[in-house]
Design a protein around this ligand. Structure first.
Ligand SMILES: *Cc1c(COP(=O)(O)O)cnc(C)c1O
Length: 469
């Protein structure tokens, strides 16, 4: 399997090559040259597999340059009960006939990002180990991504993580999750500023090409191809859990921000998984809902981007969306490059009334959005009716699923985080604190390890330099 860029300007690369790279040199995103196909017979044969065995079957179709025995052991040590809390890894909870929740948030940071990031940590360590190379991951976070990256990379040979976060702006739980890590290869940097300042510092360092090369700087953001592939697996797992044979169809409802999670669902569907609808749910930051309803893709400014009670979906543009547009154009790299040049220059593009927009139906996408009040209502309704606590992001997805689903088709609502991470809104909805897994009982009381720094590119460069010698 070879990988190409959505903008057509990259010589074909292997999985291991795209694993460690960010944007393609032409500004596009890496994509597999073709989608590997899964037949109905193969799907039915996968019913008896464990999560790790299934993950191996799916991922081996993409990571063809990693020897199978190596890939198998990397996957086996990633998806374990010790790391993900249950032998099932992603258990299904049935709320009502044809209405299910696929639990993806039982990893170390209590959000679905662990599903992909844990694998990435092991793949990075393996790939770097082959050449004795080093990687210094620089990132900015306002919560979920940073902690998932740190828990995946802690203690890994050849890897250091420098994670910037806005000083005193994350929730006490999120802060404790990251700052309580004592591993010497993890550096938490609390920047005196806001999230955008952190992100600007990362961009400035990444654009300093000589510093970047001399210090082996890399990133783990949501456009990483291996993260997307790792997420494809649980669409298969969820499908197999609620069907008995491969003639049946199911739908998925996906709380969406950067279009990474639902892009994996799109890929699973292109591989032949019998998915009826991919139900895309946004919060008030409805860039994607607007596109799927109207054909207009209009990125928002930071001033227009709202802070909501489902903060991990507060995005101004959807960084993985280009992968879907590439497919929608019939994999026309020239047209894709043209559309995303418009995004950069004019802030968006308009496909309404075009043949392309008419084709969207055939990809199964439908969309909707929720407000803060909708989420609070949904959290209460799901608790009162089904006795299950769901977090604000999962509530976005359930709200839109109930509106858009076909009641005759099973729908799996992806649970993207646990309620314990979002106490304030849970108290508003249920009048009490949500359940917290035992291991996190007193996390705020643990000793914390972090550096406070000004929002200064020179300071972060000096810090990285000093700690990578
Ligand atoms: C990251 C995240 C999302 C959004 O996922 P995308 O892949 O960016 O669409 C939704 N919910 C939670 C809890 C997240 O952490």
């Amino acid at each position: 399997m070879q990988y190409i860029s959505t903008r057509g300007g990259m010589a074909p690369q292997t999985f291991s090559q795209v694993l460690l790279s960010g944007l393609a040199p032409d500004g596009g995103l890496a994509m597999c040259e073709t989608y590997p196909q899964v037949t109905g017979a193969e799907l039915d044969a996968w019913r008896k597999l464990s999560y790790a065995e299934l993950a191996f079957e799916v991922i081996r179709k993409f990571a063809t340059d990693i020897p199978e025995a190596d890939l198998k052991s990397i996957i086996q040590k990633t998806y374990t009960e010790a790391v993900f809390g249950t032998a099932d890894i992603t258990p299904v909870k049935t709320l009502a006939p044809n209405l299910h929740v696929l639990a993806l948030s039982n990893g170390p940071t209590l959000a679905f990002k662990d599903m992909a990031m844990q694998l990435l940590g092991n793949l990075f360590e393996y790939t770097l180990g082959k050449t004795n190379a080093q990687l210094n991951i620089l990132g900015a976070t306002s919560g979920d991504t940073g902690s998932a990256a740190e828990y995946a990379m802690r203690g890994k040979k050849g890897i250091k993580v420098f994670m910037l976060s806005p000083h005193e702006k994350m929730s006490p739980f999120q802060t404790a999750q990251m700052f309580s890590l004592q591993d010497p290869n993890i550096f938490n940097i609390a920047v005196k500023g806001v999230f955008d300042d952190c992100q600007d510092m990362v961009k400035a360092v990444s654009n300093d090409h000589s510093f970047k090369a001399n210090h082996q700087i890399g990133t783990v953001n949501s456009i990483n191809w291996a993260r997307v592939v790792a997420q494809v697996v649980y669409y298969f797992k969820g499908y197999l859990a609620v069907t008995t044979d491969s003639s049946q169809k199911v739908s998925f409802s996906v709380p969406s921000g950067n279009f990474g999670n639902i892009c994996a669902g799109h890929i699973a569907r292109q591989m032949g998984l019998p998915i009826d609808k991919l139900i895309l749910a946004t919060n008030e930051n409805d860039v994607l809902d607007e596109f799927f309803r109207t054909g207009v893709y209009r990125v928002r400014s930071s001033a227009e981007t709202q802070q909501t009670s489902s903060p991990s979906m507060d995005i101004s543009k959807a960084s993985n969306f280009e992968r879907f547009i590439f497919d929608l154009t019939g994999r026309d790299a020239k047209q894709t490059a043209e559309l995303f040049r418009k995004v950069d220059q004019e802030g968006g593009f308009d496909l309404s009334g075009t043949e392309l927009f008419a084709k969207i139906q055939s990809y199964g996408f439908v969309s909707g959005r929720s407000s803060h009040d909708d989420r609070v209502k949904t959290i209460k309704q799901v608790w009162d009716t089904y006795g299950m606590e769901v977090d604000t992001h999962t509530a976005d997805g359930i709200k839109v699923a109930l509106e858009k689903r076909d009641p005759a088709v099973p729908v799996l609502c992806l649970e993207t985080a646990l309620p314990a991470k979002f106490e304030a809104t849970m108290i508003e909805a249920l009048g009490r604190k949500p359940a917290r897994p035992a291991a996190y009982e007193n996390i705020e009381a643990l000793p914390q390890r972090f550096e406070v720094m000004d929002a200064s590119v020179e300071q972060i460069q000096a810090f990285i330099d000093q700690h990578t010698r």
